[in-house]
Design a protein around this ligand. Sequence first.
Ligand code: HEM
Length: 474
Amino acid sequence: KHRQIPSPPGFPIIGNLHQLGALQHQSLWNLSNKYGPVMLLKLGKVPTVVLSSSETAKQALKDHDLHCCSRPPSAGARELSYNYLDMSSSPYNDYWKELRKLCAQELLSTHKIQSIQPIKDEEVKKVIDSIAESASLKDPVNLSKKFLALTSSVVCRAAFGVSFEGTVLNSDRFNKLVRDAFEMLGSFSASDFFPYVGWIIDLFKGLQGWREKSVQDFDAFYEQMFDLHNKEKEQASEDFVDLLLRFEKEETFVGNDKLTRNHIKAILMNVLLGGIDTSAITMTWAMAELAKNPRVMNKVQSEIRSQIKNKERISFDDTDKLEYLKMVIKETWRLHPPVPLLLPREVMTEFKINGYTIPAKTRLFVNIWAIGRDPDTWKDPEMFLPERFMDSNIDAKGQNFELLSFGSGRRICPGMYMGATMVEFGLANLLYHFDWKLPEGMAVGDIDMEEAPGLSVSKKNELLLVPVKKYLDH
Ligand code: HEM
């Protein structure tokens, strides 16, 4: 006999699907305020449990991680990943374990990420120079675009060894490719909720065509990159493609699979989709919150400027000393986690949370957006108050279930170090070199914090701020 998990009433066939708005994490938060931190929904044919408190998240991601660390099938992810050959959508199996180990040791290790610091230095300098130009003209800067340009240049150079200034990549086309894939993955796919018949709906809605186009575009892009690596490339150092092509040549096995071009493409897809948007989104939300909270803006800039003194450039090591900046970033992740529902998990073997039985094959969402706003955990949860982290040990590394920006357990984000260091370095530079004010005629109250739907949640309207002048010119 099992206790019934609290569940909002639904309709036949569609279940609770009609209760999910475009911003699913917000709809689920509203429902969980009524039905509690363990809630069962029927999404089409799929039983789905949503966890909305740090306590229940801990039970799933720590105590019972091994019961629920698989991923559910998804039509969009399947196509983009050449049939689940990537890390993020692969079910929990030996292939995933080996792939994760390979990526953690070779692609995303601390050593490898530190080795791309010269790329970050150069790309940040380009951004600083272009902002300095806008400052001299008193022009507003579109920070949403600037941050995206920065992270995509860094990731492209690290992964492919080419930059947008070369002839190969057109930055607008490339960013559209990545953004489209995110939107496609985040949009409602009937085949994920109605096995056997859903694909017909996807076909009529044009989603199937969208998927195919997205896969073709990515494929053509990867092929172009492989061609380039067969000829010559700008950078002498070994980039991610060099490394993976070397493994292919050495006939490396991942689990029982010999590494092929499709495996490499699937891994690169993870780097592109995982590495670009999430960091850019964090930096944009942080700057929006700072513009809304001038006290915090002044305090963080004073910290950076007093620590860096009058050095021309911020070095990677400098960011270590910036304690208040790190609190600003944590506070940004609390209120604006880029991946608010983590990636969906699938239960492999039955287990219990709060005495409720969660059967195998249930889909599991952890609503970290709701956890970040839980009044039982956070005082004045709607306020942007980095000081709340002052005397606390809470960080976002997966051990504190109040702040799960990168997830936790076996599926925790493997790009955490790359993402966090990118965000710290990018923000530190922009805050050190410039003062920021609102565009003419705009007041603090006019800055909107609306979210855009998608698998990762960005700010709906682009953030425009006016850089005042280079700090060193004061
Ligand atoms: C601020 C930056 C980032 C944030 C906030 C972030 C967040 C996340 C989250 C929440 C998950 C899901 C964890 C779970 O399901 O429990 C995830 C997974 C993942 N992330 Fe990140 N991420 C960031 C940067 C990166 C970077 C730089 C990369 C790679 C270059 C990356 C690659 C991945 C991959 C491959 C997975 C799937 C892991 C698996 O299922 O085994 N992420 N990330």
